[in-house]
Write a protein that binds this ligand. Structure first.
Ligand code: PLP
Length: 373
């Protein structure tokens, strides 16, 4: 019998969230962003839910090859482009679209002789200051790209620094001023752009986190009412119960002292499972469907919860660490991070089950991972 912890992945939730994206950005095609092994969900597990996407975007060449091997024939975009000459050959062989963000990548493409031209997305650094050509250098880069025989269609791309708090105009105005008379499909919106900036929808949108049901701001209430469903539910069970008297403390560091008699549930989930050690006393958690709070310090394999709101709970009671009762964003916010990080950090030791539409969970083996018992 393995520990009772499990992550349940629901492709149906992703299908539903993708539908919401399509309704929000009606005139645009959508690249489903599945970098980082689909934000921790597992590319192979969620792949069937992406049928309605117009393209897929990710970072790693080997992930892109996996997606082609699954049968994906539509556009497949490498968001950071190529890193060395061999990548160019693979990009051509698998018909990948590659982001091009610097002169060195243009050099790689210029030096290559692929079997057929490679479509690119020419990236502008409009203010994020990570990757991309500066606005003043962008047109020259575009002219150069147009003259390179191994380059096919040239898309126009940029990325927003703070689409999550309402300010994109300064970047989009810069972008528009530079590309105004350039042909090519435009792609500028991440999840936040999809939700809150219709002006930025353009030809293609690039939603990531909202496909998985998490908030682009990291704050759950910012996406309330949008109807997103959680694609990952992390559950476990109570494996111990303690009844404490006033002044007794819980766990390492004795960080929580009870001020009244309190029943405490011990949950089989800790930071070695990917639950954040920084989650403080008060972090929401659900026991038997009732919301309560984490108390005391999260340890490697266990954490402790206040059973006051659920007096019927005992050993064997089900616990939701995050999912539809407790949003991953709520746990993240309490812990000083964002849902993205928690989803991506789900530990390899956690068994994963895929729940299909009929609600029968089935254990799956994803790339390089163990099968749930
Ligand atoms: C990760 C990423 C996205 C998706 O971002 P979300 O905030 O998860 O929607 C879009 N575009 C680029 C270039 C990215 O790297």
């Amino acid at each position: 019998m393995p520990r009772p912890i499990a992550a349940r992945i629901q492709p149906d939730a992703i299908r539903h969230n993708l539908q919401l994206v399509k309704q929000s950005a009606t005139g645009s095609r959508a690249f489903a962003v599945i970098k980082a092994n689909a934000y921790g969900h597992g590319i192979e597990r969620i792949y069937p839910a992406l049928a309605g996407a117009d393209g897929i975007a990710l970072l790693d060449l080997d992930e892109a090859v996996r997606v082609r091997e699954l049968g994906w024939t539509k556009p497949l975009l490498l968001l950071e482009g190529v890193f060395e000459p061999a990548d160019v050959e693979l990009a051509a062989a698998h018909r990948l679209t590659v982001a091009v963000h610097c002169d060195e990548q243009l050099d790689l493409l210029a030096a290559a002789k692929p079997q057929h031209p490679i479509d690119i997305q020419l990236k502008m650094n409009s203010g994020m200051n990570r990757l991309g050509f500066r606005p003043h250098a962008y047109r020259a880069a575009w002219e150069r790209a147009r003259g390179i025989a191994s380059i096919g269609a040239i898309g126009l791309m940029t990325h927003f620094a703070n689409a999550d708090d309402g300010h994109i105009d300064w970047q989009l105005d810069t972008f528009d001023a530079v590309v105004q008379d350039l042909p090519g499909e435009q792609s500028v919106s991440n999840s936040a752009g999809v939700l809150w900036h219709p002006r930025a929808h353009r030809d293609w949108v690039r939603p990531g986190t909202i496909l998985y049901g998490a908030s682009p701001t990291g704050v759950a209430r910012h996406v309330e009412g949008f109807g997103l469903r959680a694609a990952m539910t992390l559950t476990s069970r109570i494996i111990g119960v303690q009844t404490l008297a006033p002044q007794e403390t819980i766990g390492y560091g004795r960080t929580f002292e009870v001020d009244r008699p309190m029943r405490i549930g011990v949950v089989a989930c800790g930071y070695a499972d990917g639950y954040p050690r920084h989650a403080p006393t008060g972090t929401p958690i659900a026991v038997d469907g009732v919301r309560t709070r984490v108390v005391g310090r999260v340890s490697m394999d266990m954490l402790t919860v206040d059973l006051t709101p659920c007096p019927q709970a005992g050993i064997g009671s089900s616990v939701e660490l995050w999912g539809d009762h407790v949003r991953v964003d709520e746990v993240a916010e309490a812990s000083g991070t964002i849902g993205y990080e928690l989803m991506c950090a789900l530990a390899l030791r956690v068994p994963v089950v895929v729940a299909d539409g009929t609600d029968t969970a089935r254990a799956t083996q994803a790339h390089g991972e163990r099968v749930a018992a």
